[in-house]
Design a protein around this ligand. Structure first.
Ligand code: KG4
Ligand code: ZN
Length: 336
């Protein structure tokens, strides 16, 4: 079964063709650079960029896959959560294709797509497991009871970790997006870096909070002279990254132990963070757990993960009506 995936929930326009949910025939992603100078995604600009690039990307994706449109068996599209104007662009294209080709349409939750990025490459991974989905817009710890059956254990109460990375990078005059910049510069610090507070919240809570940490960094930096800031940049980046990673790793491990599962997966743009990968790997070895991490291209937003999730649902006999809407605040436990 060939599924065409379309992803336009934020600032990546992406189209992919995936065979039987696991074999990627093409995975074309356009990351919108237009937001760079604003240090964050401008929703109206994002929608306009999606409009400009979606059809050329569709063409490129089909060409790369060496597949013509009439060979596609189903169309999977992100219908939430995300920016409403951006989601609508992908939805309009997907519905148009579904109607004209007379092929089934399936709306996919973006977070479910991130979870499925693990199934594309790790064929030995079967639920139940715990998945930490960490990106610019999300921080969600999920009990994946089965494919399509999720329980959200915790989520961020304020900033997502990627958002905190992006904001702190700006404070440190690094490049956007901030995650990769901080990851790189932190590696230059040989000590543990500046010690910043960790927000573990109430005992037993799997929720996250990163806005206090971001404020702590801002206050610390505001007290430095420009020369001191320059000198301490790597140490601040490292200390900030350690504080985020400590909390993410601690809560993920606690969830795995509490649920008595022995597999843990991560997903989303922040799953590319080298320190998170390293620390989670060493802790997983210590605890005798299996850790699953997607390749970098499948961690950040892409449409292969949407097609993979789409394959699962279509194969299950599900499909969405042509009046499928965009759901900006769609939760993982909600059905559309
Ligand atoms: O999943 P994604 O592409 O988009 C959203 O759904 O948000 O994630 C993008 C986020 C950005 O905030 C970016 O700074 C962060 O992922 N990111 C990283 C790294 N690479 C990307 N954060 C920390 N370390 C990285 N290496
Ligand atoms: Zn995402």
């Amino acid at each position: 079964m060939l599924v065409l995936g379309i992803e336009t929930s934020c600032d990546e326009t992406a189209v992919a063709v995936v065979e039987d949910g696991q074999k990627i025939l093409s995975n074309v992603v356009f990351s919108q650079w237009v937001h760079k100078k604003y240090w964050g995604v401008v929703p109206e600009l994002a929608s306009r960029e999606h409009i400009k690039s979606i059809l050329p990307l569709l063409k490129a994706s089909l060409e790369e896959a060496k597949v013509s449109l009439n060979k596609i068996d189903g169309i999977a599209v992100t219908c939430g959560p995300g920016l409403v104007g951006s989601l609508l662009i992908g939805l309009c294209v997907a519905k148009g294709l579904s109607y004209s080709l007379k092929k089934p349409l399936i709306g996919i939750n973006h977070l479910e797509g991130h979870i499925f990025s693990n199934f594309i490459e790790h064929h030995e991974l079967f639920p139940p497991f715990v998945c930490l989905v960490v990106s610019g817009g999300h921080s969600t710890l999920v009990h994946v009871k089965d494919k399509g059956d999720y329980r959200v254990l915790g989520r961020t109460r304020d900033d997502a970790p990627g958002e905190a990375f992006d904001k702190v990078a700006r404070i440190l005059d690094l490049e956007y997006p901030g995650g990769p910049s901080i990851d790189r510069i932190a590696q230059k610090c040989e000590s543990g870096g500046v010690r910043f507070p960790r927000a573990f919240l109430e005992e037993g809570s799997f929720d996250f909070s990163f806005s206090g940490l971001k404020t702590a960094v801002a206050i610390y930096v505001s007290r430095l002279s420009p020369q001191e800031k320059e000198k301490q940049r790597a140490g601040i980046a490292k200390g900030f990254q350690e504080a985020i990673v400590d909390v993410l790793v601690d809560k993920s491990l606690k969830a795995v132990l509490e649920l008595k599962v022995n597999q843990i997966a991560i997903a989303g743009g922040v799953a590319n963070n080298s320190r998170l990968r390293q620390k989670l790997s060493s802790e997983a070895i210590k605890e005798g757990l299996e850790l699953y991490i997607p390749s970098p291209i499948l961690c950040t937003d892409n449409a292969a993960m949407i097609a993979a999730a789409g394959y699962f649902h279509l194969h299950n006999g599900e499909n969405s009506p042509l009046d499928l809407n965009a759901y900006p605040h769609l939760s993982l436990e909600q059905k559309v």
